[in-house]
Design a protein around this ligand. Structure first.
Ligand code: NDP
Length: 447
C-alpha cells in the first residue's frame, strides 16, 4: 500500500469506528494529511501499524454524573475521560464542562493534545475529559455538587503519575478547587493530580495567564521571523474567558491594540481599545455577559452575532473561544480587511475551509497545537513544582514559558522546512509533535 492509500484506509476505519463524530474525524484528517512526507520517509511506521494505533484512544471512560439542583430536582449528566496516548508521559489534558460536549468533542481534543504535549518538550501524554454539564447560570452550591459527583467516579482513573486533568472551557479555579477537594477526601492523597489549582494549595504562579501569554509569545516569534511584530497593530480576540483575557493582556503589553472581544452571545467593539480590567471585572468577578461592557464605555458598540467579530478590521486575529468559530466566509472577510496573521488560542477554531483561505492568501497561521501549548506546558511546570514540594516565582515560571514557546516556534518552523513545506506552521506542528511520539511508540513495542 502506498502512503496515500495507507492514509485513506486509516481514515476510512476512523469514520466507520466513530460514526457521526465529525469533530474527531476533522482533527484526525487534518493531522494525517500533513504527515504524508514523514510516512514516505519512514516506511517502518506503516509496518508497525503506528497510525492505526495512534488514532485509537488507549482508554475511553464514560460515566453517569447524577446530582441534585437547588430546587431538589435530580439532574443527570454524562462524564468522560479519554486517555488517548501515554507513550511519552502520563496522560495530561483539560476537562471541559459545556452543554455541547460529546464523545466526538473530547476525542478531537484528546487527539490534538498528544501532539501539543509532545511539542512542549515535556514528558506528558495526551488525554482530555469533561461533561455536558454547563456551569453557566448554576449556583456555586450546584457546581460543587456536580464536581463532587463527577470526581466520585473519575478518581479511580487518575493520579499524579497516571493521568493529570486540568481546566478548559467551563472549568476554572472554582471547579478545580471543588474537584480537588473531593479527590483528596476520597483518596487521602495530597498529590499533584490536577493542575490549575489555587495558589494556596499547590497551584503554580502564572498558570492562569499561561495559555494567553504563551499564545502571544508564540505569535510574536512567528511575526518576528517574518519581519513583523505586535507593535502598533490592531488585534481582534474572540472569547472573554481565561485564554482570551490573558491573550489581551499580553498582546497589549507587546504594543498591540485589542479592539474587539466576545462571548457566546455576541461581541463588543471598542475603537479606543478594549479596557481589559473592565472585561475581567465583568467576566472573572461578576460571571456576567460581555454586553455589559457598553454600559460603561459609551464609544463601544455591541453586536449580537458572535461570528460578526471577524468582520472587524484588524491586522492580527486571535481566536480564543471554541472549535470551528472561523469558517471559510469569516476567513475571507479577515483577509479582505487586511488581516495578515491568525494565531489560534482556542482548539481547532478554524474550519478546514478557513485554513485553506489562510494558506491560499499567504497569511501567517499559528496552529492551535503549537500556539496554545503554553497552558499545558505550565501545567507540567506545576506538576514539577508539586513533585519537588517547591514553588517558583511568577517571573521564573513566565521565563520558562517564554523559552518553551520560542522553542516550539523554532521546532515547528524547522520541521516544516525539513519536510518541504517552509512557512506551513500547521504542517510543522503536526510533524514535530508526531515524530517524538512515534519514536517512543516504536521503542515500546506493539502496545
Ligand atoms: P473559558 O470557559 O474560560 O472561556 C471560553 C470563552 O469562549 C467564554 O468567553 C465563552 O463565552 C466563549 N465562547 C464559547 N463558545 C463561544 C462561541 N460559540 N462564540 C463566541 N464565544 C464563545 O475557556 P478557556 O478560555 O479556558 O478556553 C477557550 C479555548 O481555549 C477552548 O477552545 C479551549 O479548549 C482552549 N484552550 C484552553 C486552555 C486553558 O488553559 N484554559 C489551554 C489550551 C487551549 P460564555 O461566557 O458565553 O460562555
Amino acid at each position: 500500500m502506498n502512503v496515500n492509500e495507507y492514509i485513506e484506509s486509516v481514515l476510512a476505519t476512523v469514520k466507520k469506528r466513530n460514526p457521526g463524530e465529525a469533530e474527531f474525524y476533522q482533527a484526525v484528517s487534518e493531522v494525517l494529511d500533513t504527515l504524508r512526507p514523514v510516512l514516505e520517509a519512514h516506511p517502518e511506521y506503516q509496518k508497525a501499524g503506528l497510525i492505526e494505533r495512534l488514532v485509537e484512544p488507549e482508554k475511553i471512560i464514560k460515566f453517569r454524573v447524577p446530582w441534585v439542583d437547588d430546587s431538589g430536582k435530580v439532574q443527570v449528566n454524562r462524564g468522560y475521560r479519554i486517555q488517548f496516548n501515554n507513550a511519552i508521559g502520563p496522560y495530561k489534558g483539560g476537562l471541559r464542562f459545556r452543554d455541547n460536549v460529546t464523545e466526538s468533542v473530547i476525542k478531537f481534543l484528546g487527539f490534538e493534545q498528544i501532539f501539543k504535549n509532545s511539542l512542549t518538550g515535556l514528558p506528558i501524554g495526551g488525554g482530555k475529559g469533561g461533561s455536558d454539564f454547563d456551569p453557566k447560570g448554576k449556583s456555586d452550591a450546584e457546581v460543587m455538587r456536580f464536581c463532587q459527583s463527577f470526581m466520585t467516579e473519575l478518581f479511580k482513573y487518575i493520579g499524579a503519575d497516571t493521568d493529570v486533568p486540568a481546566g478548559d472551557i467551563g472549568v476554572g479555579a472554582r471547579e478545580i478547587g471543588f474537584l480537588y477537594g473531593q479527590y483528596k477526601r476520597l483518596t487521602d492523597l495530597y498529590e499533584g493530580v490536577l493542575t490549575g489549582k489555587g495558589l494556596t494549595y499547590g497551584g503554580s504562579l502564572a498558570r492562569k495567564e499561561a495559555t494567553g501569554f504563551g499564545l502571544c509569545y508564540f505569535t510574536e516569534e512567528m511575526l518576528k521571523a517574518n519581519g513583523k511584530s505586535f507593535k502598533g497593530r490592531t488585534v481582534v480576540i474572540s472569547g472573554s474567558g481565561n485564554v482570551a483575557i490573558y491573550a489581551a493582556v499580553k498582546a497589549t503589553a507587546l504594543g498591540g491594540k485589542v479592539v474587539a472581544m466576545s462571548d457566546s452571545n455576541g461581541f463588543v467593539y471598542d475603537p479606543d481599545g478594549i479596557d481589559i480590567e473592565l472585561v475581567k471585572q465583568i467576566k472573572e468577578v461578576g460571571r456576567g455577559r460581555i454586553s455589559e461592557y457598553v454600559k460603561t464605555k459609551p464609544n463601544a458598540c455591541y453586536g449580537d452575532k458572535c461570528s460578526d467579530i471577524w468582520g472587524v478590521k484588524c491586522d492580527i486575529a486571535l481566536p480564543c473561544a471554541t472549535q470551528n468559530e472561523i469558517n471559510g466566509e469569516s476567513a475571507k472577510k479577515l483577509v479582505e480587511n487586511g488581516c495578515f496573521c491568525v494565531s489560534e488560542g482556542a482548539n481547532m477554531p478554524s474550519t478546514p475551509d478557513a485554513i485553506e483561505v489562510y494558506q491560499s492568501s499567504g497569511i501567517l497561521f499559528g496552529p492551535a497545537k503549537a500556539a496554545n501549548a503554553g497552558g499545558v506546558a505550565t501545567s507540567a511546570l506545576e506538576m514539577s513544582q508539586n513533585s519537588m514540594r517547591y514553588s517558583w516565582t511568577f517571573d521564573e515560571v513566565d521565563g520558562k514559558l517564554h523559552d518553551i514557546m520560542v522553542n516550539i516556534f523554532k521546532n515547528v518552523e524547522s520541521a516544516a522546512a525539513k519536510y518541504g513545506m517552509p512557512g506551513n506552521y500547521a504542517a510543522g506542528a503536526n510533524i514535530a509533535g508526531f515524530l517524538k511520539v512515534a519514536d517512543a511508540m516504536m521503542a515500546q513495542g506493539i502496545v
